[in-house]
Design a protein around this ligand. Structure first.
Ligand SMILES: [Zn+2]
Length: 326
């Protein structure tokens, strides 16, 4: 007889559909006995077949990251929210607000680390998830989660097929991941389903910026090709980069059709172009002083001042968006 677990987060077994509690010590499905939790405490909640090509890219990517260094405290990540070369993070943090006592789902968070500092606000539960289970392994190899064991859960999930029970989360958060999905509307329906009434979904992606889009297709084209060759780009990111980014006018109806209240905030144009150029063209030792120091801070200030102008705002590239439910 399996021990009755009372973890408040519940999900459906992919094999038999039975509801299971997200308790990392209960390794197998309560009904069919399928092994669900691996040796790292990561919940495997996706079909073996789902998105095989994309998963292979990231599995490989995260395996390279996982090393054998001493584990760091998540406190070292706090400064990432304040970086001058990523002012969109500060905006994102404001919109996310206080997470104390909240049940939070991070979707597709594999490439982003700073969200782990949400734990310091004492959410009731923080589910860190990615398409690849290796993302969770890599992050566990890097950071010390012992102080947070009761609050954090790790999972491999398919964002378009969320395994969680209805009305589970107060906050669903996706950093630079929605643009990887072929069917955004279906994803938003799923997010809406797993949110509690009054819950909020918060995403960061790139917005369509006419100035930036036409620059990439004309005078910046050789530079873009060079940078993709040099640093690599996932197939989904390449497709999205070529399409030019999200438009509020496309996203808003997807949310209003579901009876949701959308929100949109934009940030970064001049500072974005500057950091992109600095990161691609300059040796690492020049990047730090030029893209994080005083010149950068000045640029961010100018950018913020110009964002009062509608035409400038419509060309800003970072889009913090999402909806509140009821
Ligand atoms: Zn089962």
């Amino acid at each position: 007889m399996p021990v009755e677990s009372n973890d408040e987060i519940r999900f459906r077994c992919l094999a038999c559909g039975a509801l299971n509690h997200m308790d990392p010590t209960a390794l197998d499905c309560v009904q069919c006995g399928l092994r669900i939790v691996d040796a790292h405490g990561v919940f495997h909640l996706l079909d073996a077949s789902s998105k095989a090509e994309e998963r292979a890219f990231y599995d490989d990517e995260y395996t390279r990251i996982a090393g054998q260094r001493p584990k760091a405290s998540i406190a070292v990540l706090r400064q990432l929210w304040e970086r001058n070369d990523a002012p969109q993070n500060r905006l994102l943090r404001q919109v996310t607000g206080d997470l104390a006592g909240r049940t939070v789902l991070l979707i597709g968070n594999g490439a982003s680390r700073k969200e782990l500092t949400f734990l310091e606000e004492m959410p009731r539960r923080l589910v860190y998830s990615d398409l690849s289970p290796n993302a969770s392994r890599a992050i566990q190899a890097e950071f010390d989660f012992a102080p947070w064991a009761s609050r954090i859960r790790f999972a491999a999930i398919d964002a378009e097929n969320l395994p969680f029970e209805d009305a589970t989360f107060d906050v669903v958060y996706g950093h630079a991941m929605v643009h990887h999905l072929p069917d955004v509307e279906r994803f938003l329906q799923g997010v809406n389903r797993v949110l509690k009434p009054g819950g909020r979904a918060i995403f960061l992606d790139d917005a369509f910026s006419p100035v930036w889009h036409y620059s990439k297709q004309t005078w910046l084209k050789p530079l873009m090709k060079y940078s993709h060759r040099k640093t690599g780009i996932s197939p989904e990111d390449y497709r999205f980069s070529m399409s030019g980014g999200f438009r509020e006018s496309e996203l808003a109806p997807m949310m209003t059709r579901l009876g949701l209240t959308p929100f949109f905030h934009r940030a970064c144009l001049m500072d974005y172009v500057w950091t992109r150029a600095a990161e691609k063209l300059l040796p690492r030792r020049f990047y730090e002083p030029l893209a994080t120091g005083l010149p950068m801070r000045a640029l961010v200030g100018i950018d913020r001042a110009l964002s009062r102008l509608a035409w400038y705002r419509q060309n800003q590239i970072r889009l913090v968006w999402g909806f509140s439910k009821g």
